[in-house]
Design a protein around this ligand. Sequence first.
Ligand code: ADP
Length: 256
Amino acid sequence: LHSRSTPLKGVGEMRLGTLIVFNDVTRMRRLESMRRDFAANASHEMRTPLTCIKGAVETILLEKEKLPESHDRFYTIIEKNVERMTHLIEDLLELSRIEQQQGGLSLAPSQVDGVLETSLTLLSGSADAKEVTLEVTGAKGVMATFDPMLLERAVVNLLDNAIKYSPARSTVTVDVARTEDRVEIRVSDQGGGIPAEHIPRLFERFYRVDSARSRKLGGTGLGLAIVKHVMHLLNGEVRVESTPEKGSTFTLVVPT
Ligand code: ADP
């Protein structure tokens, strides 16, 4: 039950009493839990038929030379879309796992350098493909308290976006800074930036500034929602600053 109280004023400063409003949040919580279960179940159910389609297409393509050339384009469409849907389902399942805290958390003090290294290695292929330079600056050997798999997921998602939404031959920087009781990991790009009116909704699932562009680049619209939930689990937070035409900086704040 949530309650809120407001003083009730009459003429002038005369106080008439206090208005207390009670809100029953049980229904809201139940609806939220139903939504989560539905997303998890639907993604699970879609995984099996999708695997079957993928297997069938791969089998057909084993004898590609026997197939009419005019059909090539359709197989490519099927393959591409199966891949897109696989990504989407994986991201949905990941979001459900994080929301339900499945798999348990292993929070322990550790150096952030290790996580940055593995994340940069994972993204080096897509950076190379666009000739984007990945640079690490700032403090070395900094310790923070986190679950390495989860922090890696957040860093990878931010790096993936930074590369995706940056022009070719630009630079993406990962900067590490330590304050008294936390560590900040800043991922900056020289991309087109995000207009201010979109910032408040950016971390909602499926929210995109430009849906067509995001889909074309292989985005699922779930990357930043995953980052937000991960940082919540890690008792940290994610912030964003962006200047259109200049670039964006996403900051992960991790407790020490
Ligand atoms: P997507 O899979 O579409 O990239 P995300 O949840 O990761 O989904 O991001 C949501 C939206 O935020 C993106 O569609 C894009 O419009 C915007 N966005 C995210 N990161 C950046 C960035 N570094 N530069 C510009 N826009 C970004």
